[in-house]
Write a protein that binds this ligand. Structure first.
Ligand SMILES: [Zn+2]
Length: 383
């Protein structure tokens, strides 16, 4: 009798854990609502550029901000890696606040949407974080995984062979930024990559920027990585940013590193391909407590110590690297690239407004540039 009771208790506890875990996992499929501003003239789905993507977990919104006058075009990609929050938040601020006068801006806030539907439990990551708005409300953002959800693409091969012949570890087969230029009949990740390349080709995008974050111990940080054709554009932007007190390093896109946006977009289309990185402690291996505060402030005594020991590629003090700073750097970087493009006189003009200034963003906070939601905090993701 006693044996039975012990068995039943274990069964009940196991069931409770399974139900709780399943409900937490299921919740991840509910995407926080976005509230595009008046600058957005159209919302279309990425599957428009590759219809096989329709109805899959890889389909995602493309926000179009078309100016009254024709001009140059730009693509901004946030959320390639859903565990790099400044990338998703910077793209979201722009769809909710920015306006285009001349030219056309295409923004994807969740480039690997599937990656937002799970996170890496062994990392102890929080599932979301929230940004306060001036009216007292808050906006919730999903913290996801670097890679496509295995529920949507499984199993991983032992070795991921890119079409160039490059061999990487099997898990990289779900990394969007190793999948370019993508394959129309490939894995879900390769099909997302293919759709993005088709968007760049179809819309003849002049400048394409992929937003990322990197751990403070990674050498490519606070950087602009530029394809060879975009190097001059990046160099002029970087000098202007330096004068604003926002130093960026300039990294040439390595020719033999395949599958990455800055390499394959530039090689397979006419676009000027760039990638930007900011400093994100929650991705790093040296971090201490992993919680929402670490996403928002990146204050971490372990990283302060690592900086003192000269182990980092970025300054690190008790002030951390708040999300405002990282989002501000991305937006200032995009703005500088636009100004440089106009200065270099490529025959077209791209004119934007209401891009939050770096100082303004630090002073007022990110929430000032996001729109309040009347209700619906989450939208059920159906795929
Ligand atoms: Zn990344």
């Amino acid at each position: 009798m006693k044996k039975h009771l012990v068995f039943l208790s274990i069964l009940a506890v196991t069931a409770a854990v399974i139900i709780e875990a399943a409900s937490l996992f299921s919740e991840m499929s509910e995407m926080p609502t976005e509230n595009p501003g008046k600058g957005v003239t159209e919302i279309r789905m990425l599957s428009r550029y590759w219809p096989n993507l329709k109805g899959t977990a890889g389909d995602t919104e493309v926000f179009v901000l078309r100016g009254e006058k024709p001009g140059a075009s730009m693509l901004i990609l946030g959320g390639t890696h859903p565990n790099e929050p400044a990338s998703n938040v910077a793209a979201t601020v722009l769809i909710e606040h920015a306006k285009v006068n001349e030219g056309c801006l295409y923004i994807i806030t969740r480039a690997n949407r599937s990656g937002f539907t799970h996170n890496d439990p062994t990392e102890g990551y929080p599932q979301h974080y929230s940004i306060p708005l001036p009216d007292g409300s808050k906006r919730i953002f999903r913290f996801g995984s670097r890679a496509t959800n295995p529920v949507h693409q499984w199993p991983d091969p032992d070795i991921y062979i890119h079409e160039s012949g490059q061999a990487l570890s099997g898990a990289e087969t779900r990394n969007l930024n190793r999948a370019y230029p993508g394959k129309p009949d490939g894995t879900l990740t390769e099909q997302i990559a293919y759709s993005i390349v088709q968007l760049i080709k179809t819309e003849a995008i002049d400048i394409s920027i992929d937003l990322h974050e990197a751990s403070p111990e990674y050498p490519v940080i606070n950087a602009i990585v530029a394809h060879n054709r975009a190097f001059e554009l990046a160099a002029v932007s970087m000098m202007a940013l330096d004068m604003e007190g926002l130093p960026f390093s300039l990294e040439p896109s390595p020719v033999n590193l395949r599958g990455l946006s800055h390499r394959e977009w530039g090689d397979s289309t006419d676009t000027l391909a760039l990638l930007m990185e900011s400093a994100n402690a929650i991705q790093g291996r040296l971090r201490g407590k992993t919680d929402e505060a670490l996403i928002m402030t990146a204050k971490d005594s372990m990283y302060v110590r690592a900086a003192q020991l000269g182990r980092l590629y970025v300054d690190y003090s008790e002030k951390g690297h708040p999300l405002e700073e990282r989002v501000g750097r991305h937006i200032a970087g995009i703005r500088a690239i636009i100004d440089a493009y106009n200065t270099l006189d490529k025959g077209k003009i791209f004119e934007v407004e209401k891009f939050p200034e770096y100082g303004e963003l630090q002073e007022k906070g990110i929430g000032y540039f996001l729109n309040p939601l009347s209700k619906l905090l989450f939208q059920r993701f159906t795929a």
